[in-house]
Design a protein around this ligand. Sequence first.
Ligand code: PNS
Length: 169
Amino acid sequence: MPRNPHSVVAIYPGSFDPITNGHLDLIQRGSRLFDRLIVGVLRNEVKKPLFSVEERTEMLREVVQVYPNVEVDSFEGLLVDYAATHAAKVLLRGIRAISDYEYELQMALMNRRLRPDIETVFMMANEAYSFISSRLVKEVFGLGGTITGLVPPSVEDRMHRRMIKPVST
Ligand code: PNS
């Protein structure tokens, strides 16, 4: 289908290892604001992820299928180059707390330097999710804590299948 040349395409990039309810909240907000939202999973050979890129994109697709203007894809290389190949003018990032700001500001300014025509837009997820990170979800789950309500149920199921809980001594 031909695309409207005036429509605003946004990329929501990240590792999503795994997707949390905070990410999902941001995707929902982004889907209302932009004509097309592409969730871009970074292919990063350096980080040792819990889930492969294929598994992460599959998990994402399961939960974003309710939003018709949201797609899931993966990318490697520079984010701004990936955005440009999709004619995306916006990079969407979530900010949870002031501690996120420094890293996000650095990335946004570097991306602006690389491609001044692409804007980074920061959004806040619902405050109920402001403490959630993929890293903490994995840590808590790995140590036997509950992650119900922190990640979508389909992701929680997958984590149960994936991780062997430590046996308490
Ligand atoms: O969820 P994350 O791990 O905080 O996401 C980081 C991500 C994927 C947005 C960032 O690492 C990235 O954009 N990587 C792609 C490579 C790149 O463009 N680097 C320069 C960014 S300033």
